[in-house]
Design a protein around this ligand. Structure first.
Ligand SMILES: NC(=O)c1ccc[n+]([C@@H]2O[C@H](COP(=O)([O-])OP(=O)(O)OC[C@H]3O[C@@H](n4cnc5c(N)ncnc54)[C@H](OP(=O)(O)O)[C@@H]3O)[C@@H](O)[C@H]2O)c1
Length: 251
């Protein structure tokens, strides 16, 4: 992917990784459209960045998605990069009598179906434009799960597999498919405490590494994965899966 001169739609652009990526791409000379549900944040962010565009979008809502597609088709038909980054995370205690599948359902709807619906909606447009790229945000937890976030980790494992198939099916069509698998990063994904958790990677440092990997085309197999996460990615084939799982999920 070229890192400048694109027209980029970023879902989850109102906070965390999506917002920081949007700001980095904006600085690099791209036309950036941020999407999310929180209009006040969209207004605040676009006011700070001249030329950045905001779009209210709930990826869980088919009506919201179809009006976003119509808007982009008419105002930004040159759209050539989709970053499907919106996601939610919730811990679940599957052993508790009060557990229901409602959080799981919400996670599947946003993290899985949201990405599928976005791809279906925008792929026809992307196919027509030069240097087209789809990036979806998965997670390093796709490869070895944290058991207290069971559906979240499974949703990212789903994305990893699905993106592999999408990349293969598009191999004769010039649309690059990239999977961004962040480590634990300082955002508010699981609540305010995560944003200052010293165990999490600072957001700026993460974005800097991602942009550098994109600049250098350093994403073998379409996977944007930091060096520190390679052991988790290779755990099954290295025979280290059980020990890494045990270290991540103390009994
Ligand atoms: N931070 C980490 O440690 C980490 C690690 C691995 C992967 N990730 C992934 O990175 C992505 C971004 O997360 P983050 O860490 O940056 O957390 P975040 O700050 O909570 O960002 C999540 C974003 O998703 C948007 N979103 C959620 N539900 C949506 C919906 N139904 N429709 C549209 N937008 C929606 C939110 O915007 P609105 O509320 O305005 O809609 C928000 O901008 C997620 O896919 C997450 O799973 C994060």
């Amino acid at each position: 992917m070229n890192i400048t001169g694109n027209t980029i739609l970023i879902t989850g652009g109102t906070s965390g990784i999506g917002r920081a990526l949007a700001e980095a791409f904006h600085r690099l000379g791209n036309r950036v459209i941020i999407a999310g549900r929180r209009q006040p944040l969209i207004d605040e962010i676009t006011a700070k960045h001249e030329g950045m565009v905001g779009l209210q979008l709930d990826v869980d809502d088919p009506a919201s998605l179809s009006s976003a597609v119509a808007h982009i088709r008419s105002r930004f038909p040159e759209l050539n990069v989709l970053i499907a980054n919106a996601g939610i995370s919730r811990s679940e205690d599957l052993a508790a009598d009060h557990w229901t599948a409602s959080d799981a359902e919400a996670i599947v709807r946003t993290n899985i179906l949201g990405v599928l619906h976005l791809t279906a909606a925008f792929l026809p447009l992307l196919k027509r434009n030069p240097d087209a790229t789809i990036i979806a945000t998965s997670s390093a937890l796709a490869f070895v799960p944290r058991a207290d976030f069971p559906t979240y980790c499974a949703s990212k494992a789903f994305l990893h597999s699905w993106l592999t198939s999408l990349r293969h099916q598009l191999r004769k069509i010039p649309v690059e498919v990239l999977e961004l698998s962040p480590p634990y990063v300082q955002t508010e994904l699981t609540g305010a405490a995560q944003a200052s958790d010293p165990r999490a990677m600072p957001l700026d440092a993460f974005i800097e590494e991602v942009i550098e990997m994109l600049r250098q085309g350093d994403h073998p197999g379409g996977e944007i994965l930091l060096a520190r996460d390679q052991p988790r990615r290779r755990a099954e084939r290295d025979g280290t899966y059980d020990s890494i799982f045990a270290a991540m999920n103390p009994s």
